[in-house]
Design a protein around this ligand. Structure first.
Ligand code: NAD
Length: 285
């Protein structure tokens, strides 16, 4: 493990709660922060349930499970986490919100603390530009969902990110049991630049009557050895998130091929956002 012993995770949604759990399981003291107490309670329940399942499946001992849980502290205010050695932001995908949070993190943590973001698509350089100084310690640390299971961390260096920050981020990701891979700060980075147009095309295939969602997903699963088809994956990620990322690709790269499919836009406008609302391409329990 690197010199990092504790971490502040800002945002306790799908990603923040997963990052917090993974960090705690790797031995770090964790401050899980969210403006919503309800989200913190939900994250706490998710941590307890996931650790219990790991004990039941004999992946970890009861003792290790209790120790990991006891390392996570829940807060609604960033100030309580000011002793953290590292900060990672995993709040809602909104550039202005992230910039505000980064300004708070900059004011809260000492200059040696790396300020990382789990953004899926927002420019790291742009987020860093909102700070009065210290752009060299801002970096993208893009985990994948579900965080405890997925091995990859896409590490994105902004224009001013220092080599030291990048090296330390790689060391921390490895210490958390992940495989970091570097990418540059271009719209969608690598993962979403490649994945999202495929998901968008699956919506076009559905809209154009090429096949129904079950068949599109079945063909892509069996034909490409994907664990789930692109439309099922879109529901899992969140259709609003997919739409937002396509708009970032479209606006940044200026090519019509990135414009979100009307079928995707329609579902988002109807509030059918996927697993999180219970309805999306598919119906969910
Ligand atoms: P989510 O909607 O599940 O959670 C976002 C959380 O941020 C909410 O709990 C919300 O209360 C909290 N929040 C909002 N404002 C805040 C503030 N000022 N301070 C602290 N918390 C605040 O979203 P998510 O899916 O967990 O995504 C979080 C980030 O991770 C986004 O940037 C997203 O693009 C990225 N991401 C998502 C996925 C995915 O599959 N969902 C994968 C990789 C990266």
């Amino acid at each position: 493990m690197s010199e990092v012993n504790s971490i502040a995770v800002v945002g306790a949604g799908a990603m923040g709660s997963g990052i917090a759990l993974t960090a705690a399981m790797s031995g770090l003291k964790v401050w899980q922060i969210d403006v919503s107490q309800e989200q913190l309670d939900r994250a706490n329940a998710y941590h307890a349930k996931t650790l219990k399942r790991s004990v039941d499946k004999e992946r970890i001992s009861q003792e290790d499970s209790e120790a990991a849980l006891s390392r996570i502290e829940h807060l609604t205010d960033l100030a309580g986490a000011s002793d953290a050695d590292w900060a990672v932001e995993a709040a809602t995908e909104d550039a202005e919100l992230k910039k505000r949070i980064f300004q708070q993190m900059h004011a809260t943590f000492g200059p040696q603390v790396v300020l990382a973001t789990n953004t899926s698509s927002i420019s790291i350089t742009d987020i860093a530009s909102s700070l009065p100084d210290g752009a060299d310690r801002v970096i993208g640390m893009h985990f994948f969902n579900p965080v405890p299971v997925m091995k990859l961390v896409e590490v994105i260096t902004g224009l001013q990110t220092s080599e030291d920050t990048a090296h330390r981020t790689i060391a921390l990701a490895e210490g958390m049991g992940k495989t970091p891979i570097l990418a540059n700060d271009r719209a969608g980075f690598v993962s979403n630049r490649v994945l999202m147009p495929m998901i968008n095309e699956a919506f076009y295939a559905w809209m154009d009557g090429v096949a129904e969602p079950e068949a599109i997903d079945g063909i892509m699963k069996l034909g490409c050895a994907f664990p789930m088809g692109p439309l099922r994956l879109a529901d899992f990620i969140g259709l609003d998130v997919c739409h937002h990322i396509m708009m970032v690709l479209y606006n940044e790269l200026g090519d019509q091929k990135y414009f979100p499919c009307p079928r995707l836009r329609q579902l988002v406008n109807a509030g059918r956002l996927g697993d999180k609302t219970g309805h999306g391409v598919y119906e969910h329990d």
